[in-house]
Design a binder for this molecule. Structure first.
Ligand SMILES: *[C@@H]1O[C@H](CO)[C@@H](O)[C@H](O)[C@H]1NC(C)=O
Ligand SMILES: *[C@@H]1O[C@H](CO)[C@@H](O)[C@H](O)[C@H]1NC(C)=O
Ligand SMILES: *[C@@H]1O[C@H](CO)[C@@H](O)[C@H](O)[C@H]1NC(C)=O
Ligand SMILES: *[C@@H]1O[C@H](CO)[C@@H](O)[C@H](O)[C@H]1NC(C)=O
Ligand SMILES: *[C@@H]1O[C@H](CO)[C@@H](O)[C@H](O)[C@H]1NC(C)=O
Ligand SMILES: *[C@@H]1O[C@H](CO)[C@@H](O)[C@H](O)[C@H]1NC(C)=O
Ligand SMILES: *[C@@H]1O[C@H](CO)[C@@H](O)[C@H](O)[C@H]1NC(C)=O
Ligand SMILES: *[C@@H]1O[C@H](CO)[C@@H](O)[C@H](O)[C@H]1NC(C)=O
Ligand SMILES: *[C@@H]1O[C@H](CO)[C@@H](O)[C@H](O)[C@H]1NC(C)=O
Length: 528
């Protein structure tokens, strides 16, 4: 069996929460559960579980690692058109358009029979958008009809009485090398009880991805906009799903809360227009999104980049600061692992006894004990999110007791915080105020406490160092005192603590972009 039968995804528009047994007036939010699947390809992914490294003995005695092929997928089922057609798509905060496959994709074949081909770039997130205007380069259609697209549903627009074509071309390609192209149009979209009419999405008549993508990111990343900037005039933004929900009055504010739940959980949830206070512990703190493209004329942030103000580690009761050098990190649920600046990865590795293996392209270390409770601590400006190191460790399936670190050195300066970080945090993405609010995720809630977001995230307060945002690339140095407790932090090299104001003012002037473009270029050179 090569193809996985997908579980039904439940989507519920909660019509109100019970207070003393009474139903309150209709609340303005949408609750959506998604399936969490893990595997080398969406087609063969299975529910839940931690990533594991599959090892293979090579002739020269080295064990080859295949974790690079393991990733997480979050799938939801949409009903599109009249009468409705069911299509399964991947939920993605790292892109901003919805597209689904049409019935005439030359890459699709009528019968199943996909092989487990190795795609070395699939570990880079699907949501790491390369460019909205990339061109599909495959020539002809002979020999490319290798995918079974029927499993996830295709949308035949001629069968929907409510479909209206916009007659404008759509093109997108992702960091995992999949692409889609087709035509923009509008139709109704149902997510359980949440209905949206006149919704803009694309129907792809050409794509080498079997499954469509449901991008819910910022409008600045819409391919109608980013893909067209070079050719100026015809670029436009439209109301994507979260914006449309507000425009039609389903939610009051363009924001959503993402809860990935425990690593082993089979589903997670997203709450459009509301916060569930039962899903986190402590205080929700708000920080601004960065706009690394400001000096390129991009007015507002287009992706979820935030400032990390320090990193620490907690081992057997003592907490030490690893660095207080600021760096930008992209919060990306479409990325499975975590990518960090070279120097920082090295500093963390040194703390936990991991060494870089150039053969493998990963840090390797002896597997930690089952009860190891080492935690990485991230300071986002006066509040911290802790992450169990165990979620960053990819165990080997052999008896060699070699484990792999799920932190990959990325670049000199920027980071991508994927699922192994994000499962630890409850994150509210405020697309209207260009902020995120975060707190430590809580997994044992028995009753939800949902509160609608009107103008700002309820109960959230600005982080103490809200304004001390990252502005320029600095080399990561060890030390500092962000996490002092008990056996204080090491203070080998004090980081220069430039004043908050001056750092803030410098923002945007001479940024090396924390670019997804740079990332993809790096991925190529890394793999080749
Ligand atoms: C389409 O999806 C909805 C919601 O998940 C489900 O209730 C319905 O049975 C599905 N229809 C088909 C034909 O699969
Ligand atoms: C799409 O639907 C139309 C109208 O029902 C039908 O004629 C056409 O064959 C369908 N296309 C495909 C590829 O199934
Ligand atoms: C249709 O395309 C035009 C540009 O040709 C654009 O201005 C308009 O917003 C598009 N409509 C939708 C619904 O995408
Ligand atoms: C999809 O097509 C692109 C462009 O032709 C190619 O580079 C990539 O490897 C393909 N990916 C898959 C998964 O087929
Ligand atoms: C896909 O749609 C575009 C735009 O409508 C069209 O130009 C192209 O010929 C179509 N390609 C295929 C393979 O049907
Ligand atoms: C959403 O649309 C479906 C099918 O068109 C319909 O059955 C349902 O009542 C609608 N729900 C709402 C809240 O309008
Ligand atoms: C981290 O470890 C603690 C203690 O073992 C556990 O309760 C918690 O659920 C873990 N968190 C994650 C995200 O795995
Ligand atoms: C639930 O988890 C939180 C930490 O996330 C902890 O403080 C609390 O005691 C737990 N409650 C129960 C009932 O286990
Ligand atoms: C948000 O708006 C809803 C009505 O849409 C109202 O019931 C609720 O009290 C408001 N909440 C806050 C915190 O203002």
């Amino acid at each position: 069996m090569q193809l996985l039968a997908l579980g039904v995804v439940s989507t519920v528009l909660l019509s109100g929460h019970l207070v003393n047994g009474e139903v309150e007036s209709l609340e303005n939010y949408v609750h959506l559960s998604f399936d969490k699947l893990r595997g080398s390809r969406y087609e063969t992914a299975t529910k839940g579980g931690k990533p594991s490294a599959r090892l293979r003995k090579r002739a020269d005695g080295y064990e080859e690692i295949e974790i690079i092929n393991e990733q997480n997928f979050y799938s939801v089922e949409l009903e599109i058109g009249t009468p409705s057609q069911n299509v399964t798509v991947l939920l993605d905060t790292g892109s901003s358009d919805l597209w689904v496959s049409g019935p005439e994709n030359p890459y699709c074949m009528p019968v199943s029979g996909t092989q487990d081909d190795f795609n070395p770039l699939s570990w880079i997130t699907r949501s790491t958008l390369v460019s909205g205007s990339a061109t599909a380069t495959s020539s002809g259609s002979s020999g490319i009809a290798t995918m079974d697209c029927s499993e996830y549903g295709v949308f035949n627009s001629s069968r929907s009485s409510t479909f209206r074509s916009n007659n404008t071309g759509f093109q997108i390609s992702y960091g995992d090398q999949t692409f889609a192209s087709g035509t923009w149009g509008t139709d109704t979209l149902n997510l359980g009880d949440a209905n949206v009419t006149g919704f803009s999405f694309a129907v792809a008549n050409r794509s080498n991805s079997t499954v469509g993508v449901f991008g819910i990111g910022l409008p600045g990343l819409e391919s109608t906009y980013t893909g067209a900037t070079a050719s100026s005039d015809n670029s436009y933004q439209y109301q994507n799903f979260p914006m449309k929900l507000k425009a039609q009055g389903t939610i009051n504010h363009v924001a959503y809360s993402l809860f990935l739940d425990e690593p082993e959980a089979h589903s997670g949830s997203i709450l459009f227009g509301a916060v569930d206070h039962s899903k986190y512990s402590g205080q929700l703190y708000t920080i601004p999104l960065l706009n690394p493209y400001q000096n390129r004329g991009v007015q507002n942030p287009i992706e979820f980049d935030v400032t990390v103000q320090g990193v620490g580690i907690s081992q057997s009761g003592s907490t030490k600061t690893i660095t207080t050098t600021k760096f930008p990190a992209l919060l990306d649920s479409g990325t499975t692992l975590t990518y960090m600046p070279y120097q920082l990865t090295e500093l963390i590795a040194a703390r936990i006894g991991a060494r870089y293996s150039s053969n493998l392209g990963f840090y390797v270390m002896p597997c930690p004990a089952d009860n190891d409770n080492t935690q990485l601590l991230y300071d986002f400006g006066g509040f911290q999110i802790s992450a169990n190191l165990s979620n960053y460790i990819l165990g080997s399936s052999s008896s060699s007791n070699v484990c792999y670190l799920g932190i990959i050195p990325l670049s000199d300066s920027n980071a991508i915080f994927g699922d192994n970080f994000l499962i630890n945090a409850y994150v509210v993405y405020d697309l209207e105020n260009y902020e995120v609010s975060m707190a430590q995720a809580r997994f044992n809630a028995t009753q939800s406490q949902i509160e609608v977001i009107n103008g700002s995230v309820p109960s959230a307060v600005k982080a103490p160092s809200y304004s001390a945002t990252w502005s320029t690339v600095q080399s990561i140095t060890s030390g500092g005192g962000a996490f002092t407790s008990g056996a204080a932090g090491s203070t080998t090299t004090a980081t220069s603590t430039t004043s908050k104001t001056s750092q803030h003012k410098a923002a945007g002037d001479k940024l090396a972009p924390t670019s997804i473009f740079v990332l993809v270029a790096w991925a190529f050179s890394f793999v080749v």
